[in-house]
Design a protein around this ligand. Structure first.
Ligand code: FAD
Length: 436
């Protein structure tokens, strides 16, 4: 296979998003001929409906299992050293904090796992007492952080997300990769060779037919609406809002670590325009409706994303306004009366075990799925595509292949979160256009 890199044609559906753009990048880096690579998406790269189309995302190390740890460490190395990605990594550190007994016990367990992992991370991570949290974030007040404990991760920080995907887009254009966006980039169905089971291309909703040796479907939260994944992925929305700081206020928050509390949410230092993003932490919102993905024999209940890009008047449920305000009151009490703007939902897709779903479709040869992000995969932008290319070439290491295999069963609605997702149909407040 490796000898045919120069001649193998690959289509990447969802190539304007996180895993898709990374795949296209690694195809070019591995020596595939750029004019043999076709990147398709509903929106031009960086796709406005990608979960990665955002001001910032957390870069942290996941210790949950060996594949997660391996992937995080590879990503950390590339965000730190790869010239394409380096400009977008703000290594300000991250404080995982809590003031509840359970939360503090979790922080201690996590710290112990870092020591047990024995990969040097304990040198850049340490437990913080209240006073040390104040040193890291001088804008916090003593009263505010009374009783808090923190786990500081010096290797962490934040990633300028949409800008990083944009940089991949520029690189792909410069290399001469083919693009199809809009109706001629929007996947409709796979095309098959005469045997009826070998995929040899795809058709987009305007009727354009693209032919290739391999087709990668990296359509994020939309993947399960395009191809029947047998309920392995449930797509869910998470929410965020922005607050605007004055130049004086910005000075107090510049260069602080990302602050995260699993019972409240997280926030980032202000960006170059003085905007702070605040997220709450909750099990996500589903949007179930009758829908028939390709390969399903009849319509079935599927959680179908509804993007802010397509529905710009959508905000988030009233319940999210409360929880985001609660996070603001916890982290930034002096801003609790500030206007929240850009209040949005952003779509990811959970698997039951929170591992990725990166495998060849079991029935359709040459159709590669690269999805199941489970809400924690932006950080993998620099390296995930390398492993998709390994899969295309039949060279994915078995530990990764096993973790990411086709595996129906399990509860992707709850996944490994504290509770199943609530459905948007039960959550008033987010929809502001006419009901269809
Ligand atoms: P996406 O990046 O969403 O890409 C899917 C692409 O498919 C899109 O470009 C879309 O336009 C395209 N597409 C859809 N339908 C079609 C079609 N029919 N034809 C062609 N193309 C199509 N991760 C972290 O690592 N750190 C964080 O701090 C973090 N914070 C998050 C905060 C929020 C609020 C949310 C929602 C997510 C967060 N994540 C974070 C998760 C991360 O954003 C996702 O895991 C990751 O971006 C998913 O990548 P993906 O490639 O699977 O999907």
């Amino acid at each position: 296979m490796i000898s045919s890199r120069a001649t193998t044609k690959v289509i990447v559906v969802g190539g304007g998003g996180t895993m898709g753009s990374s795949t296209a990048l690694h195809l070019t880096r591995a020596g595939y001929t750029p004019s043999n690579i076709t990147v398709l998406d509903v929106y031009p790269i960086p796709s406005a409906q990608s979960a990665g189309y955002d001001l910032n995302k957390i870069m942290g190390i996941r210790l949950r299992n060996r594949p997660d740890l391996q992937l995080s460490l590879e990503a950390l190395d590339m965000w730190t050293n790869d010239p394409l990605f380096k400009p977008f990594f703000h290594k300000v550190g991250m404080i995982d904090c809590s003031s509840s007994d359970d939360g503090i016990a979790n922080l201690k367990r996590k710290y112990q796992s870092l020591i047990d992992a024995n990969i040097g991370l304990e040198k850049t991570n340490w437990l913080l007492e209240t006073g040390e949290i104040l040193e890291k974030v001088p804008a916090f007040t003593k009263d505010q952080v009374q009783g808090w404990k923190g786990l500081f991760c010096g290797d962490g920080g934040w990633l300028a997300a949409a800008k990083a995907i944009n940089a991949i887009g520029h690189f792909l254009k410069y290399k001469g990769v083919n693009f199809g966006f809009g109706k001629s980039g929007t996947f409709k169905q796979p095309l098959f060779a005469a045997d009826g089971s070998t995929v040899n291309g795809i058709e987009t909703i305007d009727g354009t037919k693209y032919y290739a040796d391999k087709v990668v479907i990296a359509a994020g939260a939309w993947t399960s609406t395009l191809i029947d994944l047998e309920d392995q992925c449930v797509s869910k929305a998470w929410v965020f809002a922005h607050i605007q700081l004055t130049p004086e206020e910005v000075k107090k928050y510049k260069n602080i670590p990302v602050v995260y509390d699993g019972e409240y949410g997280f926030f980032f230092e202000p960006n170059e325009h003085g905007v702070i993003k605040v997220c709450d932490e909750f099990p996500g919102f589903s949007r179930f409706k009758q829908h028939q993905p390709y390969g399903a024999s009849s319509p079935k209940m599927i959680s179908v994303p509804r993007s802010h890009a397509k529905h710009p008047t959508d905000t988030y449920p009233d319940a999210s306004e409360e929880t985001i305000r609660k996070a603001v009151a916890r982290f930034l009490p002096q801003f609790k009366d500030k206007v929240l703007f850009n209040r949005s939902m952003c779509w990811c897709t959970d698997t039951a075990d929170a591992n990725l779903l990166i495998c060849e479709h079991p029935k359709w040869k040459n159709l590669i799925l690269a999805t199941g992000d489970s809400g924690h995969s932006f950080k993998l932008l620099p390296n995930i595509g390398k492993h998709v290319v390994e899969l295309i070439e039949g060279a994915l290491p078995s530990e990764l292949a096993d973790a990411w295999a086709w595996r129906p069963g399990g509860d992707a609605l709850k996944s490994r979160r504290g509770a199943p997702a609530k459905d948007l149909s039960d959550m008033p407040g987010w929809r502001h256009d006419a009901k269809i």
